[in-house]
Design a protein around this ligand. Structure first.
Ligand SMILES: Nc1nc2c(ncn2[C@@H]2O[C@H](COP(=O)(O)OP(=O)(O)OP(=O)(O)O)[C@@H](O)[C@H]2O)c(=O)[nH]1
Ligand SMILES: [Mg+2]
Length: 363
């Protein structure tokens, strides 16, 4: 474990230095205000484990480790587990230093609420330090920094190829169909193709074909490198392609899978990680690391109607540093997915109001 102390004119400045040098995985061990000849300054002591840090897309994109500590090729599972325990213990030590008295009553209530929603301590600490700097500061702009939204629609998402990836059964195929249908509805003239990239294994491709036929979308099967190359040759004739990737097997990573079907380099690809909000924290950490790659651009949350807390949305946004692009809240085809907007996310987290209900209330 590497431990280092950072100084700044205030907590925000010192924290920015921690992030720049050690990354988001850094654990804050201590914060204190010190006086020196120049006046007051904030001192933060932080630690990082060089082996268990989850690589961020930024780190992978330029091939360098932003912490400056080299990562070995493999992280032994027992060490990862041990580090998690150490981290939990360190967090338990740090937590009492989240001195709630330093916040205004409104800020305090919001932080306590997030804690009950199972928002992890790293997120809470970041929010706490931001709020502490200004007792008048409302919490939502701070949270928007942690989990920004960038709603899925072609006006904003101008990539041609959209890959829907994620664990088995989370709702990848259904999300893809609904977003493709929304796009077709909004721009009837756009030439949209849906592509089953599941090598003929999943029943999802039958569903895809069925809805593609009904909605007048083109449909292709391209699960292998050869089939994908064939598809890419004719892709000039389409404005957008929605590619349905099956859940990854074993320890395969998304980068390896995209490489295997020839989508890793040189194409206009945005991959979207589809997730449901009821995995265990350790599973999210593993998913974040397996799916991290330069093409991964957003998170799509599904099965919100089945969840009882939504802290995972903030936790995963911090882990992946990705915006949320769509929210799905029902098993049906109609009125059950929307491009994500910040107000929907906060209503979901703070009021447990599903986006659909919000739309109805507003109507
Ligand atoms: N309640 C609820 N069910 C959903 C939601 N999204 C998808 N589902 C259901 O989840 C099940 C799996 O959906 P799929 O789209 O087939 O999931 P998938 O990730 O493509 O599954 P695989 O291809 O088998 O890995 C279906 O029964 C969907 O109706 C949602 O937002 N809410
Ligand atoms: Mg599927």
């Amino acid at each position: 474990m590497h431990v280092k102390t950072f100084k700044g004119i205030d907590a925000q400045a010192a924290l920015a230095k921690v992030k720049a040098e050690l990354g988001d995985e850094a654990i804050i061990l201590n914060t204190k205000t010190v006086r020196n000849a120049a006046g007051k300054c904030c001192e933060i002591t932080a630690a990082i484990d060089p082996r268990s840090a989850v690589p961020t897309p930024r780190q992978q994109a330029d091939g360098r480790e932003a912490t400056g500590f080299p990562l070995p090729d493999e992280t032994p599972a027992d060490w990862a587990c041990e580090w998690r325990q150490i981290k939990d213990q360190l967090m338990a030590l740090v937590k009492p230093q989240l001195n709630m008295d330093e916040l205004s009553p409104r800020q305090r209530v919001a932080i306590k609420y997030l804690e009950r929603e199972e928002v992890d301590t790293q997120v809470l600490l970041r929010v706490f330090l931001d709020l502490k700097a200004d007792p008048e500061r409302p919490i939502l702009p701070v949270l928007e920094g942690v989990a920004p939204c960038y709603g899925f629609e072609s006006k904003k998402w101008q990539q041609k190829f959209h890959v829907f990836a994620g664990p088995h059964g989370v709702g990848k195929t259904l999300s893809l169909i609904r977003l493709a249908l929304r796009e077709k509805h909004a721009r009837p003239k756009s030439r949209i193709c849906v592509v089953a990239a599941d090598q003929g294994q999943g029943k999802g491709r039958l569903v895809l074909r069925h809805y593609a036929d009904l909605a007048g979308l083109a449909f292709r099967e391209a699960g292998s490198l050869e089939e994908m190359q064939e598809f890419l040759k004719e892709s000039e004739t389409f404005d957008m392609a929605f590619i349905d990737l099956p859940g990854l097997c074993g320890q395969t990573t998304l980068a390896e899978r995209l490489d295997a079907i020839g989508l890793a380099n040189g194409f206009d690809v945005a991959a979207h990680l589809v997730l449901a909000p009821y995995f265990a924290p350790s599973q999210y950490a593993q998913i974040a690391s397996r799916y991290a790659c330069p093409q991964l651009k957003s998170l799509i949350w599904t099965k919100l109607d089945e969840a009882c807390s939504f802290g995972a949305l903030l936790n995963m946004a911090r882990l992946t540093e990705l915006p949320v692009s769509a929210l799905s809240f029902g098993p049906g085809l109609k009125n059950s997915i929307v491009p994500a907007q910040s107000d929907m996310l906060w209503r979901l987290i703070f009021k447990h109001t599903l986006p659909g209900n919000h739309a109805e209330q507003a109507a």
